[in-house]
Design a protein. Structure first.
Lengths: 160, 426, 265
């Protein structure tokens, strides 16, 4: 049990460190993923899942024109990473943007967001071959409306 | 005393010069629409299309004309002999169009005359022929000629547009790629899909279009031959496949792909499918648009921290930044004369369409609506279509390049967006 | 370039007129309530007084010189008679000897006196002629000066009249400019920098009877819009009440330069 917590702590530290740096750093880190601790996590995973709530956030939100993960998103993603490491499955990350700005730029922005999530999961030990990313830009809003309330819900990545 | 005399002398000299040739400079005017009377054409009653109405609506939408309703006309002449200029002057008309429609074995022939009421002159006379279903085409052709004769600018009423319609309810035909007259009439779906369709664009000859569809659950670029309706998938790369743009000669497609990491600009030879990478960096580079001569690509990039417009020569490949005003400039489109470009520009948190002079860099905001995007310039360079919102509904707007004329197009079901103004169809 | 010159002239005229008027108003009409018309006689009077004072002086001088010369002539005659008496007394003494001498002397004296008289008379005559010429020259000069003054006077009067007319013309120019500008509906192809020059002919009712393009912009639609604006105006009713002379001098033929400076593009 202690072991699990220390693993989480290490992961959190790494996550925090990478989260505080730019996307560029994230990109660079992916090229040499730190998979050292992955086996340990897999061994301990069943116990963790039993003690956690079944539901983990599958939607992660972003600031305008930004692909930076929030700390909340990182926490949730770490739990997802544990789950996925425990019971691997193919996942699809769908990146979205709010309606403001141009459509193709938002398409690129959605991809950036999906990639940020993808890179974070890979960092947590999820195999890259199991992750598909796609961006829908502003084409599929979660909530209709032209106010910040709706916009903030549409700047997101959905894990499916 | 003597100084006063000199001043008087000067006044005398100058004023006598004025006497010789009284000169008045008219350095301002009005931009009121010109009143024009389009008299219902002879033998045009009881037909499937109202030619007079179509022409009047076209001219009115251009913003430069104010058609006089037939109910306000003192007479309804159909031949030149019946025209009494004095009456038309009294009606306030500056221009007058009369005509006659003849049924021919295969279609119609419309002869018409355009008059300058104030100078009491015939400006133009012609006959236009069309098929049985071609009354709208005939009407647009007459509108184009009348517009050109009076304004000195080629008319665009006979051109077509593409746009995307989203019915906003799940189903096999939720997303539609629409093809219509620029007045919105005769709209028909070229593509229907349950998945998003975006970025429609024309080849310069008007024979092919390109667009992005998610029908394979991932984005891919398609090229459609309009005559056959046949669509060909051009790309199927990992990541982004978007923002297609035909080169001026129609041989290449510029596009954005992220297959090599981050979104970059590529140029594909349509015949050989050979790809050439134009930009190579870890930032977002997207929304390519060709320069008029086809030597450069103008695109959006966030390499400077925020989206801005850059230009890159397709052969030398060193991008040069073009926009410096504001923190959001995206999706450039170059005017047909190459002298300026339009783009999505954010000002005080609101997204407008702005134009920028290529030479001076002066930027001007053209629209007053908000959430404006996807500007598409008419082939005559006088107006542009763009997408905006009204009452939480996506609608199309039009604005003249000098921002003097602004209007919204009537909208149908769901959201309409991403207008793409077609080229002249000769 | 040409249009620039027109423009410059127009600007200069306007500036000069306004500047001049302003200056006049500031320096003269404001500080002295008298209109300039009342100031003019002062200028003329001063010159005339000077001229009159000069002319009589010269005439008096000539009159004074005349009597002096006449007195000299009388004295010399008296002297010659006295000498003759003295010679007759001596003749009684040496009658025969001196008779010839006396006759000769007498003759010589008479001759001399006659000569002297003739000389004196010629001198006087010349002097008089000279005086007359001088007088004439002086008169001529005076007349010329008088003419110059009259001319200046006339010019100034004209100047003032024309200045007043220029004011009137300018006010009507503004009316015409305004009426045409209101009717000038520019085509969308109109751009700043395009210029079209028309010449129009009017009749005193203010009706525009002919319109001709003398210099086009190269854009037929733009030129036509200018022509149409004039046709649309058709008549400048304000010109009806105008003095016919002012109309003929200024408004029979008008050049119009259409220059859309208010266009954004």
């Amino acid at each position: 049990m202690k072991n699990v917590y220390s693993t989480i702590a290490i992961c959190a530290a790494i996550g925090l460190a990478t989260g505080c740096t730019s996307n560029k750093t994230v990109d660079e880190v992916i090229e040499a993923p730190q998979t050292v601790e992955v086996p340990e996590v897999i061994e301990q995973a069943p116990q963790v899942v039993d003690e956690r709530p079944v539901y983990i956030d599958t939607t992660f939100y972003f600031e305008f024109d930004s692909a930076r993960l929030t700390s909340g998103a990182r926490a949730s993603l770490m739990l997802h990473a544990e789950q996925l490491s425990d019971s691997p499955r193919a996942i699809r990350l769908e990146g979205h943007a709010d309606e403001r700005g141009s459509r193709e730029y938002n398409m690129a922005l959605g991809e950036r967001r999906a990639n940020a999530v993808r890179n974070f999961l890979i960092l947590q030990g999820v195999r890259s071959s199991m992750i598909e990313t796609v961006s829908y830009g502003e084409e599929q809003p979660q909530e209709l409306g032209s106010r910040e309330g709706a916009w903030s819900k549409n700047r997101r990545v959905e894990l499916k | 005393m003597s100084i006063r005399l000199i001043v008087l002398m000067c006044l005398l000299v100058l004023s006598t010069q004025g006497y010789a040739n009284l000169f008045i400079e008219i350095n301002r005017g009005n931009d009121n629409p010109a009143p024009i009377a389009i008299v219902p054409f002879a033998k045009s009653q009881g037909l499937p299309e109202n030619v007079q109405k179509i022409i009047a609506a076209n001219l009115e939408r251009s913003g430069f004309f104010k058609p006089i309703p037939p109910a306000d006309m003192l007479a309804l002449p159909t031949t030149q002999e019946e025209v009494v200029f004095r009456d038309w002057r009294l009606s306030g008309a500056h221009f007058l169009v009369i005509g006659e429609l003849q049924k021919e074995p295969t279609g119609y022939a419309v002869s018409y005359k355009l008059f300058d009421v104030l100078s009491q002159k015939v400006m133009h006379a012609a006959v236009v022929k069309g098929s049985d279903e071609g009354l709208r085409d005939i009407s647009h052709a007459i509108s184009d000629t009348v517009y050109e004769k009076i304004t000195g600018i080629r008319g665009i009423f006979g051109t077509k547009m593409l746009y995307v319609q989203d019915l906003k309810r799940p189903g096999a035909s939720r997303y539609r790629l629409m093809y219509a007259d620029v007045d919105g009439a005769r709209a028909r779906a070229l593509v229907k899909s349950s998945q998003p369709i975006l970025s429609p664009t024309w080849s310069n000859d008007g024979k092919r279009i390109a667009y992005v569809s998610f029908e394979t659950s991932r984005p891919a670029i398609y090229v459609m031959n309009l005559a056959t309706g046949q669509a060909t998938q051009m790309t199927n790369f990992k990541g982004l496949n978007g923002a297609p743009a035909f080169s001026p000669d129609g041989s290449h497609l510029a596009m954005v792909l992220s297959k090599d990491g981050s979104p970059d600009i590529y140029v594909m030879n349509i015949a050989t499918r050979q790809l050439r990478r134009i930009t190579k960096d870890r930032y977002i580079d997207t929304e390519p648009n060709w320069s008029v001569d086809g030597t450069a690509v103008i695109f959006t990039s966030n390499r400077g921290g925020s989206p801005q417009i850059y230009q890159v020569n397709v052969n030398s490949g060193r991008p040069e930044r073009l926009t410096f005003e504001g923190d959001y400039n995206a999706r450039p489109r170059v005017t047909p004369d190459g002298k300026s470009m339009v783009m999505v520009h954010r000002q005080n948190g609101v997204f407008h369409i702005a134009s920028q002079d290529m030479a001076s860099g002066d930027m001007r905001i053209l629209t007053e609506t908000w959430l404006d995007e996807s500007p598409s310039i008419a082939p005559n360079g006088a107006m542009l279509l763009y997408a905006t919102q009204r009452n939480n509904k996506g609608v199309l707007g039009a604005v003249s390049m000098d921002a003097g004329i602004k209007f919204l197009l009537p909208s149908g079901q769901g959201d309409v967006r991403e207008p793409a103004w077609g080229p002249y169809l000769n | 370039m040409r249009t620039f010159i027109y423009y410059s002239i127009a600007t200069l005229v306007s500036l000069a007129l306004h500047g001049g008027l302003l200056w006049l108003v500031m320096s003269t009409w404001h500080t002295e309530p008298e209109p300039p018309r009342l100031k003019r006689p002062e200028f003329v009077k001063a010159t005339l007084v000077e001229l009159k004072a000069k002319a009589p002086k010269k005439v008096e001088k000539g009159r004074k010189a005349d009597p002096v010369k006449k007195i000299d002539l009388a004295a010399q005659r008296k002297k010659a008679q006295a000498e003759k008496k003295r010679i007759e007394k001596a003749k009684a003494d040496k009658k025969q000897q001196l008779a010839k001498q006396k006759a000769e002397r007498d003759k010589a004296a008479r001759k001399k006196a006659q000569k002297a008289r003739q000389a004196k008379e010629a001198a006087a005559k010349a002097k008089a002629a000279k005086q007359k010429a001088e007088k004439q020259a002086l008169e001529k000069k005076r007349q010329a000066e008088q003419a110059a003054i009259e001319k200046a006077l006339q010019e100034e009067e004209m100047m003032l009249a024309q200045q007043a007319e220029a004011q009137v013309v300018n006010s009507y120019k503004a009316v015409i400019m305004d009426r045409i500008a209101q009717k000038w509906s520019r085509p969308p192809s109109a751009r700043r920098g395009m210029q079209c020059e028309l010449v129009i002919q009017l009749v005193p009712t203010g009706k525009i009877i002919t319109v001709n393009i003398v210099k086009g912009s190269g854009n037929a639609a733009f030129d036509r819009s200018a022509e149409q604006a004039v046709h649309a105006v058709d008549q400048i009713p304000e010109l009806q009440g105008m003095d016919i002379g002012v109309f003929e001098r200024n408004f029979r033929t008008i050049h119009l330069l259409f220059n859309p400076e208010d266009r954004r593009l």
